[in-house]
Design a protein around this ligand. Sequence first.
Ligand code: TRP
Ligand code: ZN
Length: 499
Amino acid sequence: MHRRLIVPSALAATLLLAIPASAATSSPGAPGIGDPYYPASGNGGYDVSHYDLRLTYQPATDLLQGTATLLTTPQQPLSRFNLDFGLPVSEVRVGGRKADFAKEGDQELVITPAAPLEKGRPVAVVVRYAGKPSELSIGGWTAWHRTPDGGVAAQEPDSAVWWFPSNDHPLDKATYDISVAVPDGTQAISNGVLQSQSSRLGWTRFNWRSNRPQASYLATLAVGKFDITTDRTADGLPILNAYSKDLGDNAGAARASVERTGEVAEWLTGIFGPYPFNALGGYVPNVKSGYALETQTRPFYSPRQFANGANVSLVVHELAHQWYGDSVSVDGWKDIWVNEGFARYGQWLWSEKEGEGTAQELADWVYAQHPADDAFWTVKPGDPGPDKQFDLAVYDRGALALQALRNEIGDEDFFAILKGWPTEYAYKNAKVGDFVAFAERVSGKPLAALFDTWLYEPSKPAAPAAANARAARSESVAPQPPASWKKIAATNSVHDHGH
Ligand code: TRP
Ligand code: ZN
């Protein structure tokens, strides 16, 4: 080591390049990124900046094959590292050279490069693979929805493991180029802008680009036979919606909801500030499951959610997530309130604007719905635990917390916060505590006690002063839900799919 100090610098540089980080100073990357809710999620030791997925999918057999190229930067001298992935792998190259690899458990791919990797020096990792996503069951569940005409990857908190190798945690966001070839007459839908599509020898290749930082669970793939509509927002951003040709009775209601995407996004821009991405849309495949997911730029909607007619409130929820969840993402999964509390509150604001019940009326209704001994009040929206991560309380009590904040600081500061936060933390990760600090900074008021009460107390808080009179009244009159209630509740009848 000392010798390097006395050789001329050009020679020293050559020596440094020639000498790989020694095995003694390099070490394996951790098999998880350090999220206590999901210890296996993500990995340590490196950061991914870009994913290039070049895939082929055959609907008849559910065979997905392709090559994933990950641009990575080691954050430590790395002797080996993990990717999260479930499908069978045939070859791995790191910096162009063949690397050893082995599957460990259901979802860890352990890669040992020919030589240790230098800290801070970008290196491309290439993974070739082929397999049937429907054959993977991890912990007894799947993110892959097989349909009669194809398949769909959409799930939270993770879905990537079923279709591409990744550092599978929102802390490591990256840009994506997703290119998928499918038989002519079938479409492949994904995130961002459809750059091009071309047909050759019976296969059509769809080239998608999502060029703003994106969490791995927000990447999506849907293969099937779709009707596609396109449009532009007033600001000129492309809108692309896709509807399975096989939606049956739900086809009209699905379109009457998702075709409102541009209008809803424009309205949300007035509340949350500039739309954070450069494309919009939604897709409705013919899956059986009953939930929606805020997949980046292009939310996933289940046909079942339109069985009782159009639900624009659901579109409001998924689009609100583009600001709250997708652009500003959780730091750890315990911070899920920074996603769901606000997406639900966005629905309350839409109700208020549509004249179907004010946010205060919805807050009063939610508060009155759950008596003090209801288990609803034992869930802490600020740290619900992995089993209760998507509990109704994260949504409804989470939105109650925001109404309590609004009543405490007034509309002017409250809406300044709703608009300021997505800019302050755009494309980053945030903790619940970061929001509390931000709200205190904007309002100039101490708010720790208020948030402790609404996000962390495992019991029913006393009715907030501003709502006392109303709460008393709603107990003496036959309680009537606000007109928007059914549509809002329909959003979360489906939120029971946690890990
Ligand atoms: N984040 C989704 C929403 O609120 C709901 C959700 C929770 C979900 N858990 C899920 C979706 C599991 C799919 C799978 O819109
Ligand atoms: Zn949500």
